[in-house]
Design a protein around this ligand. Sequence first.
Ligand SMILES: [Ca+2]
Length: 194
Amino acid sequence: MKSLRIFILFALVFVMVFSSSSVSLAKQSVHKNLAPNPSFEKANKEKLLPAGWILGEPWCCNAGTFSWVTGNAYDGKYSISVSDVPLTEGAVWRTQEPLHLYPVDVYTFSVYMKGDIDTFAIMQVYSVDANGNLIDPMTVGFGTFNNSTWTYNEINFSPPAGAVGSYLVLGAAANGLPTTGTIYFDNVSLKLNY
Ligand SMILES: [Ca+2]
């Protein structure tokens, strides 16, 4: 009987500890920006690109002119840009590592844009399964921007069922015509949205 009481006591303590840590984790993540190097201020190891961001998607969109820009930023010193988008493929930056998001949750992905490119600015989220295969649906938003002020843009999404990793994408779409101008991005945010 005594051992049963001790077992119940331990079980109760375990449940209390487990539930309180779950609650505090959920509360923390609401305010945390999950995007890597969100203002593009840090360099990667090779010092050539902003840490955590690379060019193109696995299947396309790494042609064009990509710049890690100094002196044209919404915040800090650095932003990223795209220009000279190919006629048939977009030109995009994306997060290097998969972000581990939960399909049951809704997230808000936001970024500031500025520029004069004469095609669509894209913000996109794509997700992969445990084998690294793309899972539909992909979330795509078209940004609004101008060349005199930084404009806030956001999209809300939930990763599709079965997703184990999601990637954030920023860039410009091909429209079948030669592009002129440049689109800049700064201050990325990815937050759990209740
Ligand atoms: Ca910045």
